[in-house]
Design a protein around this ligand. Structure first.
Ligand code: 6PG
Length: 477
């Protein structure tokens, strides 16, 4: 048995098959394996490739690999990953590298990294974004594990990754252990906020502007020509233009108004709470999806509500222009929050994240790829220690240009009873960041009043408890 294959991939679902074919297309000899033989047969039948060798026997597959071995696991996140690792362990040797490219929880990746370390095996949690298309033709790849392991695995990953407009691969070593999956998790959190912002802008344009789906598609196409240019804006037009295959008009109008989720957005929010970083927009996006699920309840209440007359107070052309600014402001706030979490988590978990590099590899291949990421890359390259994106001169100037329009659209939405929770959260977040007083002095007074929780005085160091002179009856109501 010769050691003839450069790399292996376990898990021949759609993502795994596409990733394997992408690797094979780049001239690497790849061994592919799946726990159930049906997917191996399907792969061989549908995708015969001179560089891909299929196996139904794990041991034979491992034996076909050059050393040190490089094995990619692309199976459902959670227990299946542990099961594959357990099956592989007796077959592996020191210096072999196991890469998990699924949407695994970063703490699982940290645990698996620590578990394989004593055996001299490197476990690299690898975030891959771009869906099935990205996996096949060039995803964005966020690599964890060790710097040394990246030296050997980096070339194949960089070869298969998307390339940004300047030719740079959208793949990089993010940091030790679980850093790759951490970066992917927050990417998804930002993706939630980005999509909710688009949904809110759609609702505002539709309800306030009264635009048809075809007109809305044209509006997003126009946005796509400007600073909002991104994959998500481009597919928004495509979704709005799609006709119902059953002939019942536009497909978007036939889709149930309830968004699903698999959990990465929720993980980001939980991590934000645990790290103490405000992620109001990602939290808001999750909450909006929860509320969206209550379709029947919402419908009954809406039918019982007193009908309202829409009050726009501006021409439709101005509305389109102002909504573009509204979306841009929301985008700045969403990325400010996401990158604030990267900064804090980097210290907390010792990931040593490079924020400019993260923005750089998000420029192509991933779901949140956008022109705007060039500006974020530039901001963190110029000032790696930037406290918050809103302090970068470029974004300060853009906020100065766009914030008043965003306020106006947000107020119009609220005045017309159109929900826009994430956009409202964006504006409140930006206002709080720029306010000397946010009212927390009163919160401290209340906490000390009812619970002797103490507070700090402006004119002296240390925490004190005050004996409040006015006593209220506890049963005040
Ligand atoms: C990506 C996507 C991908 C997936 C999300 C969807 O980067 O390729 O983020 O990971 O589309 O997990 O997440 P929800 O189902 O939770 O919306």
């Amino acid at each position: 048995m010769t050691m003839r294959n450069d790399i292996a991939l376990i898990g021949l679902g759609v993502m795994g098959s596409n990733l394997a074919l992408n690797i094979a297309d780049h001239g690497y000899k790849i061994a592919v394996y799946n726990y159930t033989a049906d997917l191996v047969e399907k792969f061989v039948k549908e995708n015969p490739h001179p560089n891909a060798e299929a196996f139904t026997d794990l041991k034979a597959m491992v034996a076909s690999l050059k050393r040190p071995r490089q094995i990619i696991i692309m199976v459902t996140a959670g227990k299946p990953v542990d099961a594959v690792i357990e099956a592989l362990k007796p077959l592996l040797d020191k210096d072999d590298i196991v890469l998990d490219t699924g949407n695994s929880f970063y703490q699982d990746s940290m645990r698996r990294f620590a578990q394989l370390q004593p055996l001299g095996i490197v476990f690299a949690g690898v975030g891959v974004s771009g869906g099935a298309e990205g996996a096949r033709h060039g995803p964005a790849i966020m690599v964890g594990g060790t710097h040394e392991a990246y030296q050997s695995i980096g070339p194949v990953l960089e070869a298969i990754a998307a390339k940004a407009a300047d030719g740079k691969p959208c793949c990089a070593f993010m940091g030790e252990g679980g850093a790759g999956h951490y970066v992917k998790m927050v990417h998804n959190g930002i993706e939630y906020a980005d999509m909710e912002l688009i949904a809110e802008s759609y609702l505002v344009l539709k309800r306030l502007g009264g635009f048809t789906n075809a007109e809305l598609a044209d509006i997003y196409e126009r946005y796509q020509q400007g600073p909002l240019q991104s994959y998500l804006i481009s597919i928004t037009s495509k979704v709005l233009r799609e006709k119902d295959p059953q002939g019942k008009g536009d497909l978007v109008d036939m889709i149930v108004d309830a968004a699903g989720q698999k959990g990465t957005g929720k993980w980001t929010c939980i991590d934000g709470f645990e790290t103490g970083v405000a992620l109001s927009m990602i939290d808001g996006a999750c909450n909006a999806r929860f509320i969206s699920g209550k379709v029947a309840e919402r419908t009954v209440r809406a039918q019982q509500a007193v009908p309202r007359t829409i009050k726009l107070g501006m021409d439709k052309t101005s509305l389109i222009a102002k909504v573009e600014h509204y979306l841009y402001v929301g985008k700045i706030a969403a990325y400010a929050q996401g990158f604030d979490l990267y900064r804090s988590a980097s210290e907390k978990y010792d990931f040593k994240l490079n924020l400019a590099k993260i923005a750089e590899i998000f420029r192509a291949g991933c779901i949140i790829q956008a022109r705007f990421l060039n500006d974020i890359t530039a901001a963190f390259t110029a000032e790696p220690q930037l406290a918050n994106l809103v302090d970068a001169p470029f974004f300060k100037a853009r906020l100065a240009d766009c914030l008043e329009d965003a306020r106006e659209v947000c107020a119009l939405a609220i005045g017309n009873a159109i929900p826009n929770p994430v956009m409202a959260a964006a504006i409140s977040y930006l206002d709080a960041l720029h306010s000397e007083c946010v009212g927390a002095n009163l919160i401290q007074g209340l906490r000390d009043y009812f619970g002797a929780h103490t507070f700090e005085r402006k004119d002296a160091p240390g925490f004190i408890h005050h004996t409040w002179s006015c006593k209220a009856s506890f049963n005040a109501v």
